[in-house]
Design a protein around this ligand. Structure first.
Ligand SMILES: Cc1cc2nc3c(=O)[nH]c(=O)nc-3n(C[C@H](O)[C@H](O)[C@H](O)COP(=O)(O)O)c2cc1C
Length: 206
């Protein structure tokens, strides 16, 4: 059994790994870590998620190209130079293509409670997002426990339609993130955290 102290330190030792070796990871390992992901808590136990696992290089390239195209258009509107746009989008594409496995967590409101008013609809949506986020954090910790590395990327939120099209995601599901997974090629230190005292209050907001 993991000692309490070791377990807390294990959680703290997880890092975002952005340099990954694209070595083969068997599907039984992927399913083992996905099983940990789906053991996360979820609002109403609705489990408002579906995870697309990408281990086909052709799909990785198709997804990377399609996402980069949307990003190129956005960066161009932002006024960045052609060279800078190429540098940023190429680096992003390489990260995606060089991952052993990609996981795209998708959100669904299908089994969440239904309300007629915006206030409660919005609360249900946030609960679903919080639930899938808990599953993603479980996924990251399981990956870490297996000696693998991963990075949570937000990019699909900026190009939902492009991701949907490539991965044939039905309308009722919304891609939320892209998790790059592979064997770690770097061991970064923990980026600084705000001091605990600055982010907590007792009883009432200080
Ligand atoms: C919702 C979310 C979106 C993120 N998106 C990106 C991203 O697009 N690219 C990236 O390199 N890291 C991304 N990260 C990773 C954060 O940059 C990272 O967690 C943070 O810098 C702290 O580092 P650590 O994970 O090593 O503790 C994201 C993390 C979260 C939770």
């Amino acid at each position: 059994m993991v000692e309490h102290y070791d377990f807390l330190n294990f959680i703290k030792s997880r890092r975002s790994i952005r340099k990954l070796k694209s070595e083969f990871i068997p599907r039984d390992i992927i399913e083992e870590i996905l099983n940990v992901a789906i053991s996360a808590p979820s609002a109403h136990n609705a489990q408002p998620w579906h995870f697309i696992i990408i281990d086909d290089d052709k799909v990785k390239v198709e997804l990377a190209d399609s996402m980069a195209q949307v990003w190129q258009e956005d960066l161009s509107k932002d006024g960045l130079s052609k060279d800078e746009i190429k540098r940023l989008t190429e680096a992003s594409k390489q990260r995606i293509i060089n991952s052993s496995i990609l996981v795209v967590p998708c959100l669904t409101m299908e089994d969440m409670d239904k309300y007629p008013d915006e206030r409660r609809k919005n609360a249900e949506y946030l609960m679903a997002v919080q639930s899938i986020s808990a599953a993603i954090q479980n996924l990251l910790l399981a990956i870490h426990a297996k000696g693998l590395g991963a990075c949570w990327r937000c990019a699909p939120l900026f190009c939902i339609d492009a991701v949907r099209k490539v991965l044939k995601i039905p309308d009722k599901f919304e891609p939320q993130a892209l998790i790059e997974i592979g064997y770690p090629l770097e061991h970064p230190k923990m980026p600084s955290r705000k001091p605990l005292k600055s982010v907590i209050s007792y009883n009432k907001w200080r």
